[in-house]
Ligand binder design. Structure first.
Ligand code: C2E
Ligand code: MG
Ligand code: MG
Length: 272
């Protein structure tokens, strides 16, 4: 095996069985305070010969072969277990493939992952792409079932799919994530700014929160704060980190918050 293009189903299954997969966690921050509010779990595959294989390559392959079902189950279990060790005010966001949503027992699997890890449903957010809308009634029922569990559901890469916006009339999402392609275009002029503003308006009218992804510069962050994104994610705020590193980071932030809450803002002087 010398080329990524030659990887197949057997390699993915071997990676899963041999522990060659891991999750990295990228911080998501509050646009208002800059504090971390949660982290997105992102799959990493370290191949013994090829080194790092990108999810953009192997996730579509796993979707074609059906291996995404056991792979996705591993991601969900691992992310929930890891997040259960974090302080309680952080959520974990897990990417879910449209193929997983076609499994009739998917909501039950999510419920089992929560039970096994002890993570509360409110701390889990599942990220779906517009591709799920091709899944028809099965996908729609799954989304309803997931929200009934108390899990939140985000629409990832909003605006990059081929679907019409009509689905928003029938489907409830808790959040949209604006794709980084729109953010990159911000510096190029007013069209992108207008599109991003319109996405915020849509989200606002449908009661959905907005996360802007792929923020790399202070200028981008400033523009998105002005437009009104609730949360920001991107290399400017943090790259995806290994599990242990992100757990330490979150514990450190929580300790810092407690210290700030305990210490008085200004020492009061005794009246003369
Ligand atoms: P996504 O869910 O939209 O995840 C965001 C991607 O953008 C991640 O790439 C992240 O590392 C990258 N990113 C974040 N901030 C920046 C930035 O400031 N600049 C740039 N240039 N990139 C940034 P990654 O980890 O390579 O993942 C790519 C895609 O693969 C994900 O896009 C998601 O669609 C898919 N994926 C990753 N993990 C999983 C998984 O566990 N399950 C499924 N079904 N798909 C996954
Ligand atoms: Mg995502
Ligand atoms: Mg995305």
């Amino acid at each position: 095996m010398s080329r990524v293009e030659d990887l197949g189903s057997a390699d993915i299954r071997a990676a899963l069985a041999e522990g060659a997969l891991s999750l990295a966690y990228q911080p998501i921050v509050s646009a208002a305070t800059g504090a971390i509010t949660g982290c997105e779990a992102l799959l990493r595959w370290h191949h013994p010969i090829l080194g790092a294989v990108q999810p953009a390559h192997f996730v579509p392959l796993a979707e074609r072969t059906g291996d995404i079902v056991p792979l996705g189950a591993w991601v969900l279990d691992t992310a929930c277990r890891q997040a259960a060790t974090w302080p309680e005010d952080y959520r974990v966001c897990v990417n879910v493939s449209p193929v997983q949503l076609q499994e009739p027992d998917f909501p039950a699997r999510v419920a089992a992952a929560l039970r096994a890890s002890g993570l509360t449903a409110a701390r889990l957010e599942l990220e779906l792409t517009e591709g799920v809308l091709m899944g028809g009634a099965v996908a729609l029922n799954a989304i309803t079932g997931l929200r009934a569990l108390g899990v939140s559901v985000a629409l990832d890469d909003f605006g990059t799919g081929f679907s019409s916006l009509g689905y928003l009339q029938h489907l409830a999402f808790d959040r949209i994530k604006i794709d980084r392609s729109f953010i990159r275009a911000l510096s190029e002029g007013r069209k992108s700014r207008f599109l991003i503003r319109t996405m915020h308006d849509i989200a606002h009218h449908f009661g959905m929160a907005v996360t802007a992804e792929g923020i790399e510069t202070e200028d981008e962050a400033r523009m998105l704060r002005e437009i009104g994104s609730a949360e920001l994610q991107g290399f400017l705020f943090g790259r995806p980190l290994p599990g242990e590193a992100v757990t330490s980071l979150l514990r450190e932030q929580t300790r810092g918050k407690r210290r700030t809450a305990r210490s008085p803002r200004s020492p009061k002087r005794a009246a003369p």
